[in-house]
Design a protein around this ligand. Sequence first.
Ligand code: ADP
Ligand code: MG
Length: 335
Amino acid sequence: MSEFAVEALSIVRTFNDGEVRALDDVTLRVPRGEVFGLLGPNGSGKTTMIRILSTILAPTSGSARVNGFDVVKQAAAVRHSIGLAGQYATVDENLTGFENLRMIGLLNHLDKGYVVKRARELLEQFGLSDAANRTTKTYSGGMRRRLDLGAALVAHPPLLFLDEPTTGLDPQSRQDLWAIIEGLVETGTTVLLTTQYLEEADRLARQLVVLDHGKIIAEGTSQEMKTRLGNTVLSLSFANIDDASRGSALIIGISSTPANVDGTVVEITVDHGPSAAADALRRLDGARITLAGLSLREPSLDDVFLSLTGHRAEDEAFEQDGDKPKGRRGRKART
Ligand SMILES: Nc1ncnc2c1ncn2[C@@H]1O[C@H](COP(=O)(O)OP(=O)(O)O)[C@@H](O)[C@H]1O
Ligand SMILES: [Mg+2]
């Protein structure tokens, strides 16, 4: 068997007679035993890739092997060797948590006794034992996602596809799911995960591919990507637009990447936040410009995009993203 759990070569997938190129020459290799992250905004092609790899869609061109099986010629074998948890929870609302897992097991032709045992085990593992006999209608979003993940694991697949497992979840549920995914990988499962969150990819994935409009725009470890980007975003807010424009000129040279100006806010990515902040303050102080505010933060996916593509991820990119700060949408100005 190949050393890779997934090997996809030059995948192209078009829709509407070629009008939409959802995937445009995407090659990826997912090593066994780790989390691989497919990162990108809405519409970048993540779900299309997952669908191709899970044999729901055929590629327009290119080829892919999953657990050594060809996704077109050996689709059934691929399907038996993977677990899939989609972007939207697929559990049956009218069944209890336990019944949902049992149904999945039986649909997979697993032994009845085994299915009952496995369902209990998964409910326990994902903190759903107390809710096992409630209909899933009554479950919170986080509980549904955990159950959905459980459903993908009933048959013990060595490879799991997770399509935006935490989009729309509150921070606590997101943390819970991250811990579960880490636990799975510790026990030998390979995970291919799609996400819109750099933070999520950073926490879970060893290697990443960043997609934009169906094309790979960056790949490597998250550390490599961050190093390229600068580790920290220095955000300076000024009293007025005039100060902001003078200020942005003064801080040229603090970082190798250009400053991003949005009204009275100027941001740059830097390697070392505290010394860059001190440097900026010295320069501004020398020109008698007073800051209204200063903050340091981790780069977001938005920042990665800006840096890699020269444009921010489109507004609609984060439509489903409940906790994305609204104020950061739709920025245009850049110097
Ligand atoms: N069945 C389809 N028919 C037409 N266009 C589609 C279909 N599925 C996806 N697309 C288009 O392909 C692109 C990639 O979509 P998708 O893979 O769902 O992106 P993501 O999961 O990253 O949000 C989008 O432009 C989307 O509108
Ligand atoms: Mg999607």
